[in-house]
Design a protein around this ligand. Structure first.
Ligand code: THG
Length: 265
């Protein structure tokens, strides 16, 4: 399971303020904390309205890489910010994200196929996020095909089914789970599957319980990566427990974590 720490995201108030103040210490403490909690990669997003993301994202990448060795997930809707961030990143980044939207295909397929990186593929197109499973898979296919044609390998693709809120669409969980299952078979076999799952509980009480149950179900369907709050020990415990049911090595990890007192039971 490739676990991506989500917390260095400027949609969060404290991080937004730290982007505006160029608060190096805040960013580095949060980076180190997430790695200590078990993050395999860190998502970085520096998008603040009215600022130059094309400067802020590379700044954030450099500041974080000064203190942690895990590679970063470059999170931006702006292709130019992604390109600038790839340039300064040491090692092998993940680009978050590309989709079947025509501007993304045009600008980013050449960039990610020319760079040594993995890439998150969102299941959406020029029409937005399709409501049903078939639409999601069609959008996913429309983004995956040009990437493979340009030389990207399936194992470097992390397809994101896109998680909607059950408070808005009662089918949201089912749709995501079905997309995950379908991505594991047929033409898509071999791609990785990731996503930010916490959206599932938006607008609901007791969000962490819903997030944990949904995480378990998504792992059962074939999710092998996630963008999540690694500082949430109960959620991390749920991930380790879910994985332990399927794999001997994960089972050993689970026992080790238990003995270290790291699990919320
Ligand atoms: N897929 C992909 N990338 C993504 C997402 C996704 N990047 C962003 C997001 N979704 C995942 N990252 C976060 C980061 C922070 C928070 C949630 C998801 C977060 N949210 C607070 C909450 O939900 O309560 C509110 C924000 C705040 O603190 O102000 O912290 O799905 N490819």
């Amino acid at each position: 399971m490739l676990i991506i720490g989500e917390s260095l995201n400027a949609t969060r108030k404290a991080v937004r303020a730290a982007v505006i103040d160029h608060d190096v210490d805040f960013m580095q403490v949060l980076a180190k904390e997430q790695v200590a909690c078990g993050a395999n990669m860190l998502d970085v997003n520096a998008a603040v309205a009215g600022r130059k993301e094309v400067e802020d994202l590379p700044w954030l990448v450099q500041v974080v890489q000064e203190v942690v060795d895990v590679p970063l997930v470059l999170d931006s809707a702006d292709p130019d910010a992604l390109i600038a961030a790839i340039k300064v990143h040491r090692g092998r980044p993940m680009v978050n994200s590309i989709s079947a939207e025509s501007d993304k295909i045009e600008k980013l397929v050449p960039v990610v196929s020319g760079a040594d990186c993995s890439v998150i593929v969102l299941c959406m197109d020029d029409g937005g996020i399709p409501i049903d499973v078939e639409g999601r898979l069609k959008a996913g296919r429309a983004a995956i095909e040009p990437l493979l044609k340009a030389g990207k390998k399936k194992e470097d693709l992390y397809v994101d089914p896109l998680v909607m809120a059950i408070s808005v669409d009662a089918n949201a969980a089912n749709t995501t789970l079905e997309v995950i299952r379908s991505l594991g078979e047929g033409e898509f076999t071999g791609v990785n599957i990731t996503g930010g799952l916490s959206n599932i509980s938006f607008g609901m009480p007791g969000r962490s319980l819903l997030n944990r149950v949904f995480m378990t179900m998504a792992i059962n369907m074939g999710l092998n990566s996630c963008i999540t709050d690694v500082r949430d020990q109960a959620l991390m415990s749920t991930i380790y427990a879910s994985l332990s049911l399927f794999e001997q090595s994960a089972c050993r990890d689970y026992i080790k974590k238990f003995r270290q007192g790291l699990l919320v039971l």
